[in-house]
Design a binder for this molecule. Sequence first.
Ligand SMILES: NC(=O)c1ccc[n+]([C@@H]2O[C@H](COP(=O)([O-])OP(=O)(O)OC[C@H]3O[C@@H](n4cnc5c(N)ncnc54)[C@H](O)[C@@H]3O)[C@@H](O)[C@H]2O)c1
Length: 391
Amino acid sequence: MASNRKVRFGIIGSAGLIGNYHADILTRGEGPYELTAVCDINESRVRNQAEKLGIFGTTQVSELVARDDVDAIIVATAHPLHAECVIAVVEAGKDVMTEKPLAATPADARRLVKAINRKRRIGGIHYQARANPAIRKARQMIDSGELGKILSIRVTGSYYKSDYYYSLGGWRGTWADEGGGVLINQAPHEIDMMCYLATGAAPTELVGRWTNLYHQSSQAEDFASASGVFPNGVQFILNVSVATHGDIRRIEVFGTAGAITLQGGKFTRYIRYEKDLIDFAHTYEGPDPYAGPEVHDQPLPEVGEDDPSLIHKMFAEAVLTRKKAKMLVSAADGLWSQETINAIYLSGYLGKKVKLPVSAARYDKMLADLIANAREVRRPQRESEEGRIAT
Ligand SMILES: NC(=O)c1ccc[n+]([C@@H]2O[C@H](COP(=O)([O-])OP(=O)(O)OC[C@H]3O[C@@H](n4cnc5c(N)ncnc54)[C@H](O)[C@@H]3O)[C@@H](O)[C@H]2O)c1
């Protein structure tokens, strides 16, 4: 470990969209970390990046994980590659923070978490939306009992994408190289927050449905919905899409004493009931057949500013202190959303309710079928603003 108590980071997939974001965060000097090495299979881009940053660059994962000046590695490749990269990192004795989602399939996600545990490494996942102070406050409100018994949670998200987006990387929206569409790529943040706010686990059972409404540039779904139940009885409804637009990502939590709404990571509504909903239901004696307890709007909870690097700072603290509890989101917690996403795919494919966790073998069989029957995608080939040809 570095003597100046800084975690020395490397990044795999450093020259991609999110890889560059991590490089930026790690070189701002705002936390107990520094960036010492980058790795990307795109040779010219990683060479330019390493030169610009004045650090080591390579196209070989094996070279990066073997370096003595690297303590921890961020995995920022496409999700079907996360498992093999994470396993290479922990086998080399380094700590790891992977991008979301953990993987494309349950088998990969589970073996990735097992490898981190077996090698006793610190393993995190970049669910940075969890650093949002409003989300943390919402969880406190739920834990404190302020909302009463939590009955249900409703999550919607629109993440509109054009064909240009799908042209940026050959893996996007393909069954073989991405393992799905909106559910596995854009929605994991909301699904993670839903699991976190509902209870801190995956649901026990759900019904899922998904379809492609109009994206010829994607083989996978651009619209998905699901409903189900968490182990503590909290019901959920989820609706996510890259086809719809303008609906700010919304999370609504309904309790027996009150309810909250968060839109785009900010509180937009907080209500409390004059009387607990269950008490009212059992004690009201008429005469109004439609009566309910009075609803009182509350001042919106005050929260601090979002710190986008909080997740990096807390992961680095965990690495320095060897205390997993310091991490904001562990890789094992990443399984909550992963199991949910994979269950929605399988349920939609089978056209029936599924219990979680789903069979990894059944999932792999489904994915093999979707890959075998995937349609050819029509994608514009153009140069991105970074001047690279979309592959
Ligand atoms: N947390 C977030 O908000 C967020 C945002 C965007 C993307 N992501 C996640 O980050 C991951 C990458 O997404 P992206 O949009 O940056 O993709 P991208 O295609 O822009 O970047 C991936 C990079 O990985 C490189 N790569 C591929 N195989 C490699 C290998 N074997 N070794 C080294 N480098 C390799 C590619 O050359 C590319 O530069 C995905 O899992 C995605 O879900 C997370």
